[in-house]
Design a protein around this ligand. Structure first.
Ligand SMILES: Cc1cc2nc3c(=O)[nH]c(=O)nc-3n(C[C@H](O)[C@H](O)[C@H](O)COP(=O)(O)O)c2cc1C
Ligand code: SF4
Ligand code: SF4
Length: 263
């Protein structure tokens, strides 16, 4: 009766969602961060729930790679819970198709509206809007937890527009946006060389050179580095005036993957 919650998150909305589900689902639950390590043995789980942010009406590339590599011979109940900042479009339909193309099945999909974190679209909203979204999330999440407990096979309805154009938007993101993402970062003189950005990057895309981060070509655009920098030194274009955000219920320590560069 154990449920695995596999999470990917840049600014904590999806991690806080996974943590909330962990507290509210019945039976034993375990959290695993994507990319997974050897501690995750998939055949041990009766339910596997994928929790991740919507990127361009699709999934983070790293989640797509995980789906491609999964083998689920014991046929668990699978669900995706996605967090989004403006509109989830056809994300869950698109994710379901990805599972099917990979020889798997996705039984259910749920979406939850939380604060936006994408700098090119203006980044995080104003404090009142953040509060409104955070306050309304728990009721929706409790309903989602009940449905997962009952293994309800449910997906949201998708409008024709996002069904038609969503895959194109995702293609632009994956093929044009992601390969160029690393080049758009810059770091200003506020940087204290603390190394937090280096430590949290989920794909080791950041190197510290002469005390400053440099960005490689493997960026997933999670914007964890951008939002968690304690002095807002990381920019993505003209973003000096943008608010930095992370979900208040998550800790920086949950995102640390590497020891500090100076150790
Ligand atoms: C690269 C990127 C693309 C995004 N695309 C969308 C989108 O298509 N629709 C949407 O509603 N939100 C979009 N967002 C916002 C995130 O889905 C949203 O803020 C999410 O809750 C962030 O989750 P996290 O805190 O777990 O990283 C995007 C964010 C990023 C970084
Ligand atoms: S997190 Fe910010 S201050 Fe720390 S090293 Fe990175 S850019 Fe510099
Ligand atoms: S470089 Fe920054 S935005 Fe890109 S994957 Fe690493 S932490 Fe995320």
């Amino acid at each position: 009766m154990t449920t695995a919650l596999l999470w990917f998150s840049g600014t904590g909305n999806s991690l806080a969602t996974a943590q909330f589900l962990q507290k509210n689902l019945s039976g034993k639950t375990e959290l695993f961060r994507i990319p997974l390590d050897d501690s995750f043995v998939m055949t041990e789980y009766e339910k596997i729930i994928f929790v991740f942010p919507v990127y361009a009406w699709g999934y983070p590339r790293i989640v797509g790679k995980l789906i491609e590599s999964l083998k689920l011979p014991h046929n668990p109940f699978t669900a995706a819970v996605v967090t989004y900042g403006g509109g989830a479009g056809n994300t869950l339909e698109f994710t379901k198709k990805k599972f099917e193309k990979s020889g798997l099945h996705l039984d259910a999909g749920f979406q939850i509206h939380l604060p936006e974190n994408y700098p090119p679209f203006g980044g995080a909203p104003k404090a009142e809007k953040i509060k409104e979204l955070l306050d309304s999330a728990p009721d929706s999440l409790k309903e989602i937890a009940l449905k997962i407990d009952k293994k309800e096979k449910e997906f949201p309805k998708v409008g024709w527009f996002s069904s038609l154009f969503g895959p194109l938007a995702y293609w632009f993101f994956a093929e044009m946006g992601l390969p160029r993402a690393g080049k758009k970062f810059s770091v200003n003189d506020a940087c204290t060389s603390c190394g937090i950005c280096y430590q949290i990057c989920p794909v080791d895309n950041i190197k510290m050179e002469a005390g400053r981060p440099t960005f490689g070509s493997k960026c997933e655009q999670c914007f964890g580095c951008f939002h968690w920098c304690p002095v807002s030194a990381i920019q993505y274009g003209k973003t000096e005036k943008q608010t930095r955000y992370h979900h208040p219920d998550v800790k920086l320590s949950s995102f640390i993957r590497r020891k500090n560069h100076s150790l």
